[in-house]
Design a protein around this ligand. Structure first.
Ligand SMILES: Nc1nc2c(c(=O)[nH]1)N[C@H]1C(S)=C(S)[C@@H](COP(=O)(O)OP(=O)(O)OC[C@H]3O[C@@H](n4cnc5c(=O)[nH]c(N)nc54)[C@H](O)[C@@H]3O)O[C@H]1N2
Ligand SMILES: Nc1nc2c(c(=O)[nH]1)N[C@H]1C(S)=C(S)[C@@H](COP(=O)(O)OP(=O)(O)OC[C@H]3O[C@@H](n4cnc5c(=O)[nH]c(N)nc54)[C@H](O)[C@@H]3O)O[C@H]1N2
Ligand SMILES: [Mo]
Length: 640
């Protein structure tokens, strides 16, 4: 066995005191909080009009509420966003376009009481293990499961049928399923008639997508596509779950719309056990968006373009809110390139390693006039900063709430004393707000939450007492004396048209293959994602050896390993049109010829994002992490 299998990934040291540098190239030195915050206040003061904030999807709702308020009130900008941009922004955009609200429609328990579970572009066994326990219970209760994923993942191993499609062919797959449902007479005509719009156009759009054409494009046998179509349409109740295999594409929002169409066609939405579940990424990425740490929405997912909504917040916050969308994370990086964004306040994000085309991202971060990073570890992004502020870890050292993928708000509590001089994110933000002329006093997290409740009708009914006694509450929760159904959009099933509300439109979306084309020079399709044993850029999960984790490898199917003459553990050079990395080979029979897989978990050892392409979904701003074109070369042949 190769020694490399025992590599221990980089250990990050916990930040315990502020760091500053005296010149751009000077090393960090320890500073007092007073000195560090004076510097940050000066840097931000200078950056008015050219400022952006990255907020932390691992931190609490309360912290995200204060962070977006800081951007909007103290800095006068809507340029505030988070890693939601790199993962589920297309889900939020697609669901909002169809139903007017961006949340997943069902609750976890519903997969236990459903007849069919479709896991589409989602490796929940690895990435959502708690949710997957509910899935397993559903299967035990008799539900059938289908997996649609280019790789035969651990999730797919539990499925009745695995549809191993080519990367980036989800729209052809969905359209062929839609066409088959229509042609087989399995569409839910009465639901379509009452609750949707645009069916005729949709039927015409999918008409060319015969099963045999779909087989050609997706690589999945026609019979398997037909079987899924019939199973989904015939099921009494069905849950369609998707994640990044759908969203991390240059047309991620279109992909999401194509899946939503299937629920509209069959009526699998708005009922207990039937719905749509985009399983969100980081523990509080749902909450971060709900709290307004996104450029187009105020807290409670309220529309920033609506004058009455703005007025409500302007009154509550005694400020003027810019009547336009701010820049999202992707656009902020573009604005850095143009020079119109000069300062960034980065809280609990590591974009130097998590952005697609990381060389480019690092170059842009380096070119900023002022970068302040507030984190619990000295990340690669923090290494580029002018000032580094040590925060407490939300999940064990802070009081507050977080919101999971089923929209459930739950309490988190301070259980551990933070190290050194680390301070809570909210405390740091309020201190800075004070230095910049805004006297914010919150006695505790609950005071922040109560302010949020006063401006967000969907959260109004969730007092801390109720959150504690009910062990979490799902939004919407407008009333203090009842809880709403566990699923959304029941209105679509109302018989009275006025109670049914706006019909949900079919999304008229067309197939558009990945941007980074494979050709003779770059013949292999690389898709990237996750493993059970590691977390994102590895900052929080690095530093320990485990028999479970293997460090970074480029995974190939056995046939390709043989074709390239490489064996497990052998280091190879992996090149894309953007960069080159070296990593050892792993052989995974769950892959298919022409398809390789790498993670994003060990960027200090192998920076996978040097290979990925910054081809962004124009609606959501999410990059095509799931499809780049690469070449693999033996290292030995180079030398020889
Ligand atoms: N253990 C662990 N859990 C995590 C994380 C972690 O780092 N480690 N990160 C969290 C975060 S931030 C997120 S966003 C979630 C992500 O959770 P997931 O989205 O489930 O994770 P990924 O592995 O990125 O991608 C899911 C699947 O998409 C498939 N895929 C790739 N291309 C395509 C395609 O074109 N079509 C289809 N249909 N499928 C495709 C991949 O083969 C992969 O199995 O996980 C969260 N949970
Ligand atoms: N190749 C490839 N790249 C990807 C993806 C992919 O599938 N493939 N997926 C993308 C996705 S879905 C995501 S979400 C991003 C993740 O991208 P990032 O969010 O940039 O990466 P993380 O490693 O999760 O960084 C989280 C940071 O938050 C800090 N932190 C944790 N808790 C707290 C807290 O309470 N307070 C503060 N202040 N800091 C805290 C951690 O120390 C860490 O530095 O990566 C994206 N990049
Ligand atoms: Mo994510």
């Amino acid at each position: 066995m190769s020694k490399k299998r025992d590599r221990v990934p980089k250990t990050y040291t916990r930040l315990t005191h502020p760091l500053v540098r005296d010149a751009r190239d000077a090393p960090f030195r320890r500073a007092t909080w007073e000195e560090a915050l004076i510097r940050v206040a000066a840097g931000l003061q200078e950056a008015r009009g050219a400022f952006g904030m990255f907020s932390c999807a691992r931190a609490t709702n309360e912290m995200n509420y204060v962070a977006q308020k800081f951007a909007r009130v103290v800095m006068g900008t809507n340029n505030v966003d988070s890693c939601n941009r790199t993962c589920h922004a297309p889900s939020v955009a697609g669901l909002s376009a169809a139903f007017g609200s961006g949340g997943g429609t069902s609750s976890y328990e519903e997969v236990e009481h459903t007849d069919l579970i479709v896991m589409w572009g989602s490796n929940a066994r690895f990435a959502h293990p708690i949710f997957f326990q509910h899935v397993l219970r559903g299967i035990r209760n008799g539900a059938r499961m289908y997996a649609v994923d280019p790789r035969r993942t651990k999730t797919a191993e539990w499925a009745e049928s695995w549809l191993g499609l080519n990367v980036g062919t989800d729209i052809p797959m969905a359209h062929a399923i839609g066409r088959e449902i229509i042609h087989a007479g399995l569409a839910n005509d009465s639901f379509i008639e009452r609750a949707t719009s645009g069916f005729e156009e949709y039927a015409a759009l999918v008409e060319p997508w015969t099963l045999s054409l779909a087989e050609k494009v997706t690589g999945v046998p026609a019979a398997a596509i037909r079987e899924l179509a019939h199973a989904y349409a015939r099921a009494e109740r069905a849950q369609l779950c998707w994640t990044l295999g759908i969203t991390e594409h240059h047309n991620g929002t279109d992909n999401v719309r194509a899946l939503i169409n299937l629920s509209l066609l069959t009526g699998h939405v708005g009922r207990y056990g039937s719905g749509l579940q985009p399983l969100r990424g980081q523990n509080n990425v749902q909450g971060g968006g709900d709290m307004g740490a996104i450029p187009n929405r105020l807290p409670g997912f309220q529309d920033i373009l609506d004058p009455d909504t703005r007025l409500k917040f302007e009154t509550a916050w005694d400020t003027v809110i810019q009547p336009r969308h701010g820049l999202n994370l992707t656009e902020m990086f573009e604005a850095m390139e143009e020079g119109s964004l000069k300062a960034v306040y980065c809280i609990g994000e590591n974009p130097a390693q998590s952005e697609a085309d990381s060389e480019q991202a690092m170059r842009r971060l380096r070119a900023l006039d002022f970068l302040v990073v507030q984190d619990i570890f000295l990340t690669k992004t923090a290494e580029l900063a002018d000032v580094v502020l040590p925060a407490t870890a939300a999940w064990a050292e802070t009081d507050g709430t977080t919101t999971n993928s089923e929209r459930r708000v739950q309490r988190v509590r301070k259980a551990v004393r933070p190290p050194g001089e680390a301070r809570e994110d909210i405390d740091i933000l309020c201190d800075l707000a004070g230095r910049l002329g805004h006297d914010w006093k919150y006695a505790d997290a609950r005071a922040v939450w109560d302010e949020l409740r006063s401006v967000s009708p969907d959260h109004y009914g969730m007092t801390y007492e109720r959150l504690e006694s009910l062990q979490g509450i799902q939004w919407p929760c407008p009333s203090q004396d009842r809880v709403e159904p566990t699923y959304l959009h029941g209105r679509l099933w109302e018989s009275a048209p006025e109670r049914r509300g706006t019909p949900a439109p079919f999304g008229l979306v067309a197939h558009d293959p990945p941007v980074d084309l494979t050709d003779e020079s770059f013949p292999i399709r690389l898709t990237t994602g996750r493993r059970l044993d590691s977390y994102n850029t590895g900052v929080q999960s690095g530093g320990f050896a485990s028999p479970l984790r293997r460090g970074e490898y480029v995974e190939l199917c056995p046939e390709d390993a043989e074709r390239y003459g490489v064996v497990v553990g052998e280091e190879v050079r992996i090149s894309s049109r953007r960069g080159v990395v070296v990593a050892p080979v792993w052989v995974d029979p769950g892959l298919r010829p022409g398809l390789a897989f790498m993670t994003m978990h060990f960027p200090d050892e192998v920076d996978t994002n040097q290979l990925t392409i910054e081809a962004n979904c124009p609606i959501a701003g999410t990059a095509e992490f799931k499809a780049s074109a690469i070449r693999i070369d033996k290292l030995a042949s180079e030398v020889g």
